[in-house]
Ligand binder design. Sequence first.
Ligand SMILES: Nc1ncnc2c1ncn2[C@@H]1O[C@H](COP(=O)(O)OP(=O)(O)OP(=O)(O)O)[C@@H](O)[C@H]1O
Length: 223
Amino acid sequence: MIQIHPTPSCLTAREVSVFRSGKPIFTKLSTVIFPGQALRLVGPNGCGKSTVLRLFAGLLSPIKGNVYWANIPIKKDLSKHVNRVAYLGHKNAIKFSLTARENAKTLLTVSGRYSQSSLDRAFKMLELEHLAGLPAGLLSEGQRNRVSLARVIASFCPLWLLDEPTTGLDSAATNALENAISLHLSDGGMVIFATHSAINLGQDDKTLDPSDFACSLKLWEDI
Ligand SMILES: Nc1ncnc2c1ncn2[C@@H]1O[C@H](COP(=O)(O)OP(=O)(O)OP(=O)(O)O)[C@@H](O)[C@H]1O
């Protein structure tokens, strides 16, 4: 069993409203996830899946409502919250001049989360061992995405936030990701992921479609 740090706690969004570029993306969005639970974000392009992930990462502030970790607003101590989160966005933050392994190691070291054995384990899970010493510039897009995922898997963070994590992955890597998520959940971690494709976790997960909380500017003005 891996040692997740800090100990997972419930993550809650209560009546959260978010504006971007002056327009409401969603209003009064509420949800809660508990340790060992996954939340799948679904819905059409532009409905706000990435926005929800950025909200839970503490990268976006709601205009109304709050996000809570163990019932304490994350905005009270954002640096503490950042330490809980392994975030995988659309951009994979890979430096082409560094090797695959150096890329993952550098980001983990900066956040104080590097452990050789857990990075070895993550590289093994994602079948990256034979690519570890190659400059990332020589890897394919899917291989680079696997390196970014290895960094998340090796992070020990209780909360994984994954934006379209299967982009560019072949079926073996998708299966490896599904297994890694399932293991993280069985260790008491939490995962929120946005996806347009099938990700099978072998257990029930919660689903949220931000478009269910969409609100026009006109309606917003009336709230
Ligand atoms: N950087 C930004 N600045 C301002 N508005 C943005 C920005 N990024 C997205 N938006 C707006 O927020 C809305 C929600 O975008 P978001 O990326 O969260 O959607 P999504 O559901 O993840 O879409 P997709 O399925 O295409 O990835 C979009 O309609 C867009 O108008």
